[in-house]
Design a binder for this molecule. Structure first.
Ligand code: UD1
Ligand code: CA
Length: 451
């Protein structure tokens, strides 16, 4: 078995996006384009993947801290990108290389595998798709017998030289014998309309050299569409959304108003979950069977357990919602919020690095940050953990079954014991022992009215 690896070309600026962000960091369903491509390569190539970066490369590195990179200082074209990567690939002993454009985020592991298998016999193979309008894609030119002659970039295509375009275009995915490619690459020039070194010129050179060159036809497969503009980004994101939703519905996930339900392909949503759009579920979120998520919720990197209910207008980020817990409407769970079984968080309640014990309730207008709240507690409306003194954060601990009266400020660090009771309107600055009543507020005076 030759040593196989993959190379993602991601150094380009993406001029046609008109954005300061590098193109491969533009997102579809909450994930950068590059992540979608990387994940499609993982089943076949595992860690044997290199990414060519250049324009704003440090931003790409920061977003993908676990990946291996090749730096292309000047972006002189896709052929130059491959040339730049050669030393690292050769040093790693790579013999057969899959090259893929970083701007094809609809790619799937199945399509990659199918292409690699179909390319096995060729020295150089590339994937092609059939488009009604070939647009800016490189045109595939074949001889009369159907064998590949060349790929000609849109800008350089001349009817009189190559005949009418057929609609078969280069999809930007290649499989090549690295030694052969290394031999041909120095022969690529930038004598074309863009003044760039095109990887696609390898095809004509390989044909001229008598190598076996294959254009693997993938029909009208949308998974190979490339993204060059904001419009194409939106169109591809829509296709991806439909694909994810169709897969989930086929498995038994109930989606109401699915056209407005946006779920990341990285998320796990189990059969029996019910979701009403508009709704967004991003990142590596896990939603267990029987959970219900109402409309207008945004959920990222969260765990939602079986039987939990998220009511409308909730925002959850890196939080965990336990079995049969109830969230919202209008609740916010920030990173580190943990709701245990059957706990409740109601309207205008915010949790951050806070654990709400089994069956505990905070139903109205409350901020709980850097806090642990014991099982069965009742947190009254308007309770605030004052966790920050302007410099440092401090912890609040509330024991089991404690009852915190409305409009209480808990000035951390502070502990409220199990079964303790806090009088409404208190500012609690000292620990309250188990079973005791803590009350800290001005005494009421009733005076005769004047005038
Ligand atoms: C490319 C192909 C075209 C194909 C299309 C498919 C070439 C010359 N043309 O065109 O035949 O139909 O993809 O989508 O390859 N990149 C680098 N370094 C560079 C230049 C580009 O890493 O110096 C990267 C870009 O970040 C991008 C990818 O290569 O991810 C493709 O570059 P792009 O400029 O988008 O090529 P296309 O014009 O779309
Ligand atoms: Ca492109």
């Amino acid at each position: 078995m030759p040593k196989e690896a993959a190379l993602i070309l991601a150094a380009g600026k993406g001029t046609r996006m008109h954005s300061s962000k590098p193109k491969v960091l533009q997102t579809l369903l909450g994930e950068p384009m590059l992540r979608h491509v990387r994940e499609a390569l993982r089943p076949l190539f595992g860690e044997n993947v290199w990414i060519v970066i250049g324009h704003a490369g440090e931003m790409v590195e920061a977003a993908f801290p676990d990946e291996r990179f090749v730096r292309q200082q000047e972006q002189l074209g896709t052929g130059h990108a491959l040339l730049t990567a050669l030393p690292q690939l050769e040093a790693a002993g790579v013999e057969r290389l899959l090259v893929i454009n970083g701007d094809t985020p609809l790619i799937t592991a199945d399509v990659v595998r199918h292409f690699v298998e179909g390319s096995a016999a060729a020295d150089l193979a590339f994937a092609t798709i059939a488009l009604d309008d070939p647009g800016a894609y490189g045109r595939v030119v074949r001889h009369d017998d159907g064998s590949v002659r060349a790929i000609v970039e849109a800008k350089d295509y001349r009817m009189e030289q190559y005949g009418a375009a057929t609609g078969e275009v280069n999809a930007g995915m290649y499989c090549l014998d690295l030694a052969q490619a290394a031999r041909l690459l120095p022969r690529i020039t930038n004598a074309n309309k863009s003044g760039e070194y095109y990887i696609t010129d390898l095809v004509g050179l390989a044909v001229a050299d008598g190598l076996s060159v294959l254009g693997v036809q993938c029909g009208d497969d949308t998974s190979l569409l490339g993204i060059n503009s904001p419009l194409e980004l939106a169109q591809c994101e829509e296709l991806l959304r439909e694909r994810v939703n169709a897969r989930l519905m086929a498995s038994g996930v109930m989606l109401h108003a699915p056209a407005s339900v946006r779920i990341s392909p990285l998320a796990t949503v189990e059969p029996g979950v019910e979701i009403t759009g508009p709704c967004e579920i991003y990142g590596a979120s896990v939603v267990r069977g029987g959970a219900r998520i109402a409309s207008h919720c945004v959920i990222r990197d969260c765990e939602v357990a079986a039987g939990a209910e998220i009511r409308s207008f909730c925002h959850l980020d890196q939080a965990s919602v336990g079995p049969d817990a109830l969230v919202g409407p209008y609740a916010r769970l920030r990173p580190g919020a943990v709701m245990e079984e059957a706990s409740h968080v109601g309207n205008f309640v915010e949790l951050k690095k806070a654990r709400l014990g089994k069956g505990a309730k905070a139903n109205h207008l409350t901020y709980l940050g850097d806090a642990s709240i014991g099982a069965g507690c009742n947190i009254g409306a308007g309770t605030i953990t004052c966790n920050y003194d302007g410099k440092h954060k401090f912890q609040t601990h509330i024991g089991e079954r404690a009852f915190i009266g409305s409009n209480t400020a808990l000035v951390a660090p502070v502990r409220v014991g199990a079964d303790a009771l806090i009088g409404a309107g208190s500012v609690i600055t000292k620990d309250v022992p188990d079973n005791e009543l803590g009350i800290a507020r001005g005494k009421q005076k009733n005076l005769p009215r004047r005038g």
